[in-house]
Design a protein around this ligand. Structure first.
Ligand code: GLA
Length: 381
């Protein structure tokens, strides 16, 4: 990938720049908890985005997306927003830096990636954090890592229409090889957890479907949670986010909110607790409990939060039938992957069962990605 980027950069711009990279992410547990002030448990993966970048001394940004062979040029003012959705991520990062007082000007860039698109591994966060990290370095802006993550998140909010939480950008910026991270999305305290489950593998099965309107459905989930939290807050003013609420408090307002909002909130309150239970279980190397919680998350995401789909429920069922330790839909949902915690000796059987039965049912094979927990945003040599 690096060689191809370098060749293209040389052809387009006649010079050489610096290389930067960032990663997609997995999440062991803690889904749709981030924007509710709860806990998440992600890690960066060995699939990401790589870019070669050099300042060009003008007010223009010139970017080439190698994977789709598309070139875009834009200025740095609000009215210069490009129409191409991929370019809006780069533009958004520039704008968010400028809004925070960062002095930046034009640059040339070529980038490519190997995070599967629409797989729920957050290719967009990888793209945002690659550019946020690179511009911070090249313009010597002195922005700290949390703010780099927030720049990516605000890009999603203000330029891409997704009111996402902080998990993906956090994972992409803070990722460390061999480590998962538990992040408290309310206090932003985090802790690295070396993750080497003896005797198990983590594997993603990508349904290779992405359902339409995922971002508007995502935003609706968030609104449901905010309404439920607001209702609870009337009785319990200390409830800033759903994370602060107890199930009994949700029960108290059951009649005041819609059934749908109730279900969403019920899922979130349970899920916040599940992350903590998984952390405890990991301290004891108790992977059976970890797996059990993953299945509970899947059930909640499918039946209460309603962000699963037929394909993902099918993959979850196959895992259960094969005796896989843990399995669930990962990321925002509405397509994408399941994440599976599988005993080594079961791995081959599970993968072949899943691939065969899924192909028979849906007419195309799921993709299989072994999880390798890797470093996040960085400058390459
Ligand atoms: C998407 C969002 C994240 C998070 C997950 C669900 O990946 O970008 O902020 O909410 O969905 O956990």
């Amino acid at each position: 990938m690096k060689t191809k980027i370098a060749e293209k950069f040389k052809t387009l711009f006649g010079e050489e720049g610096d290389f930067f990279a960032s990663a997609g992410r997995i999440n062991l547990i803690g889904e749709h908890t981030d924007y509710n002030g709860g806990f998440v448990f992600p890690g960066a993966v060995d699939k990401g985005i790589m870019a070669e970048i050099k300042l060009n001394g003008t007010e223009k940004v010139r970017v080439f997306a190698l994977d789709i062979d598309e070139y875009v040029e834009f200025g740095l003012n609000e009215e210069d927003a490009p129409v191409q959705s991929w370019a809006r991520y780069v533009f958004g990062v520039c704008r968010e830096i400028i809004k925070r007082g960062g002095h930046i000007s034009g640059f040339n860039a070529v980038f490519a990636g190997d995070v599967p698109l629409g797989a729920g591994m957050s290719s967009s966060a990888a793209l945002e954090s690659t550019f946020a990290f690179a511009l911070n370095y090249l313009f010597d802006l002195g922005i700290d890592k949390f703010e780099l993550a927030r720049i990516g998140q605000s890009t999603e909010h203000n330029y891409c229409g997704v009111k996402c939480g902080i998990m993906d950008q956090f994972a992409s910026v803070f990722g460390k090889a061999g480590n998962l991270m538990r992040l408290d999305c309310k206090t932003m305290e985090y802790k690295y957890y070396p993750f080497h489950p003896e005797g198990y593998k983590l594997v993603l099965l990508d349904s290779a479907v992405k359902h339409e309107l995922a971002s508007s459905a995502y935003n609706k989930r968030r609104e449901s949670c905010e309404r439920a939290a607001a209702a609870i807050r009337k009785n319990h003013p200390e409830v800033e986010f759903l994370r602060d609420a107890r199930m009994e408090w949700l029960e108290e307002v059951k009649a005041d909110i819609t059934e749908e909002d109730y279900m969403r909130a019920e899922y979130v309150i349970d899920e916040v607790q599940r992350v903590l239970d998984v952390c405890d279980a990991l301290e004891r190397d108790d992977y059976e409990t970890v797996g059990q919680k993953m299945y509970e998350t899947h059930y909640g995401m499918s039946k209460l939060y309603e962000v699963s789909c037929e394909e993902l429920d099918f993959l979850n069922d196959v895992a259960k039938k094969c005796g896989v330790t843990g399995s669930r839909v990962m990321g925002g949902g509405f397509g994408g992957c399941t994440i599976n915690l599988v005993k080594n000796e079961l791995y081959d059987h599970f993968i072949s069962e899943a691939v065969d039965s899924y192909t028979k049912k849906f007419g195309h094979a799921p993709k299989v990605y072994d999880v390798v927990i890797s470093d996040g945003a960085r400058k390459l040599q």
